[in-house]
Design a protein around this ligand. Structure first.
Ligand code: SAH
Ligand code: SF4
Length: 352
């Protein structure tokens, strides 16, 4: 039996109150231990307040569950690092640390697998194995900081899973990650990416912190192409998606990252670029072009670099801000859309 209170599940205030309710004292010390756990990765009682309070610290620790999913393997390519956490039941979730000019970006998972079934995505091939809980999402960031030794400045929910298909746990994790005493990330440095769960976009407009960023995987300029690539388009087509993005942009501080995976001869033609420019008109967007990363199943081909440049040039000529994403981590299957697959996990275990 684990002790009852996990800092991964509670805010600093909730944790301090829980400890106080059991011990009848220790509120401040519990808050200090919580802060130490997230800022230094220890609960040794480093601050002078603990010098004469060792037995109180022990009593607090006896009520505290500091266990977290173990790292089952990690792989490095250049300065990109992918690690897998063992979340029990033979399942692992994958996170990727990417070096960026502004600091480390951590690409987080919200689910093991994904049920959206996009035809170009390795995670989609797995189906949904299970939703991650908020504490398992927080544990990914804690592991990056205190086991991998890299404190991320930015978080992007672009690892395994559809964050808006696990809305409540993802939002609870965001609250825990941004609240005081914890890992203290800024909401403005967190991006949630959705494949187009229009219903959840409206919920996010109502409830979400306006400083959080939203990325939408548009991926095709016509319903015919999008439906082939993304089953979600059958339920929420491009018109419904546009209306939701328009409602989101009605807030003056909000901007959307429109993600577009470029796949050779499927959605990378100049006609597609022109149609995409038309589709996005009127929205406050930055476009991120992601050259398709081939998975193990060679269903599609990546675009040529000339095609990528031509596609970006058409959008820029129409006045859009366009970023072509690199393909960091391809060799360790850590690039966008390459996370997942059962065979891969066996291979990783033997290389870790
Ligand atoms: N489920 C969410 C977030 C995870 S996927 C979503 O779909 O938005 C993160 C990004 O990776 C999405 O923009 C998705 O379109 C992209 N992606 C998926 N598979 C890819 C692949 N094989 N190559 C390049 N990008 C891919
Ligand atoms: Fe799921 Fe996103 Fe992959 Fe689609 S692209 S299957 S929504 S993880």
């Amino acid at each position: 039996m684990h002790p009852p209170y996990s800092p991964f599940k509670l805010t600093q205030q909730e944790y301090a109150e829980a400890i106080f309710s059991k011990l009848g004292k220790g509120r401040e010390h519990a808050a200090l231990l919580y802060r130490e756990w997230f800022s230094h990765g220890t609960a040794d009682g480093l601050t002078p307040s603990f010098h004469n309070a060792e037995s109180l610290r022990q009593n607090i620790l006896a009520l505290t569950d500091l266990s977290l999913p173990p790292v089952s393997s990690s792989l490095v390519e250049g300065s990109t690092c992918k690690f897998l956490l063992d979340v029990g039941g033979g399942l692992t979730c994958e996170s990727v640390l990417l070096p960026m000019r502004s600091g480390w970006t951590l690409c987080l998972s919200s689910q093991v697998g994904c049920r959206m079934g996009c035809s170009f995505c390795e995670t989609g091939r797995m189906g949904l194995l299970r939703n991650l809980r908020a504490d398992e999402i927080v544990a990914q960031v804690w592991t990056a900081c205190h086991i991998m030794g890299k404190r991320p400045r930015n978080l992007v929910f672009m690892g395994m899973g559809e964050p808006f298909d696990n809305y409540d746990e993802v939002m609870r994790a965001v609250l825990l990650l941004t609240s005081s005493g914890g890992l203290k990330l800024y909401p403005r440095n967190i991006t949630l990416s959705t494949s187009g769960r229009v219903d959840a976009i409206y919920r996010f407009i109502e409830e979400g912190d306006p400083s959080l960023h939203l990325a939408v995987s548009v991926n095709a300029p016509t319903d015919a192409i999008r439906t082939k690539l993304m089953a979600v388009n059958r339920k929420f087509d491009l018109e419904a998606l546009y209306r939701a993005m328009q409602a989101y942009c009605a807030h003056p501080r909000r901007l959307i990252f429109a993600e577009y995976v470029l796949i050779r001869e499927i959605n990378d033609t100049p006609e597609c670029a022109a149609a995409l420019a038309n589709y996005l008109r009127g929205l406050r967007v930055k476009i991120n072009l992601i050259p398709y990363n081939p998975g193990r199943h060679l269903r599609y081909l990546p675009p040529t670099s000339a095609t990528v440049e031509a596609f970006a040039a058409i959008l820029r000529a129409e006045g859009y801000r366009v970023l072509v994403r690199g393909t960091k981590g391809q060799a360790i299957m850590a690039a966008c859309g390459q996370l997942g697959g059962r065979k891969e996990k066996v291979a990783f275990k033997s290389t870790s």
